[in-house]
Design a protein around this ligand. Structure first.
Ligand SMILES: O=C(O)CCC(=O)C(=O)O
Ligand SMILES: [Fe+2]
Length: 190
């Protein structure tokens, strides 16, 4: 487990071997086959280049790229994963899953800095290894992490205020990747 102290009070924890390969394999298959995946419309009227699904406590919905996502009720597997991540850090009531079908699926530079969102985000990666990059808003300093099968990244402190992150497209032939970001939606979410 690696804890990186970022400038301006952000921290990024990276555990390359958070889950055993066996368990990561099982979660990948289970989530791929059983989550309610959908492709959403993004900004400028284009479909987002990935599939998403979202789960959480009753009554939770999450505003993202100008749209509201109502959370489906937790499944037993997702609660099991949530408990494991909470044992490391954080307390979560919502999970956004992203499914990157190939190297041409991606997520552009952004920060998860909505005011109603807690500052601790737990991000579990399953399946193909993809680059997870972070970039400081002012200095443009960039760091790259290889988010491999079964790895955990926890973003905390002031990271969302001072850094953005992305999962870039790649021309390499890569298999599917599923990423789960556990979050805490605060206050009145209706
Ligand atoms: O897929 C990832 O590793 C990042 C996902 C992400 O940044 C998000 O869902 O906000
Ligand atoms: Fe994000």
């Amino acid at each position: 487990m690696n804890t990186i102290e970022l400038e301006d009070g952000g921290t990024l924890l990276f555990d390359e071997a958070f889950l055993t390969k066996d368990l990561a394999d099982r979660y990948f298959t289970e989530l791929r086959d059983n989550c309610q995946w959908e492709q959403k419309l993004g900004i400028f009227g284009h479909m987002q280049p990935r599939l998403i699904a979202s789960y959480g406590d009753a009554g939770i919905s999450y505003r993202y790229s100008g749209m509201d996502y109502a959370a489906l009720p937790w499944t037993a597997k997702l609660l099991e994963i949530k408990n494991k991540i909470e044992a490391v850090q954080g307390e979560y009531n919502y999970c956004l899953l992203n499914r990157y079908r190939s190297g041409s699926d991606s997520m552009g530079w952004h920060a998860d800095d909505e005011p109603e969102m807690g500052n601790v985000i737990g991000s579990l990666s399953l399946g193909a290894t993809r680059k997870f990059r972070i970039r400081h808003n002012e200095t443009r300093e960039t760091k790259t992490f290889l988010a491999n099968h079964g790895s955990l990244i926890i973003m905390a402190g002031t990271m969302q205020q001072f850094w953005q992150h992305e999962v870039p497209k790649t021309k390499q032939v890569v298999g599917e990747r599923i990423n789960l970001t556990f979050r805490k939606i605060l206050g009145d979410t209706k």
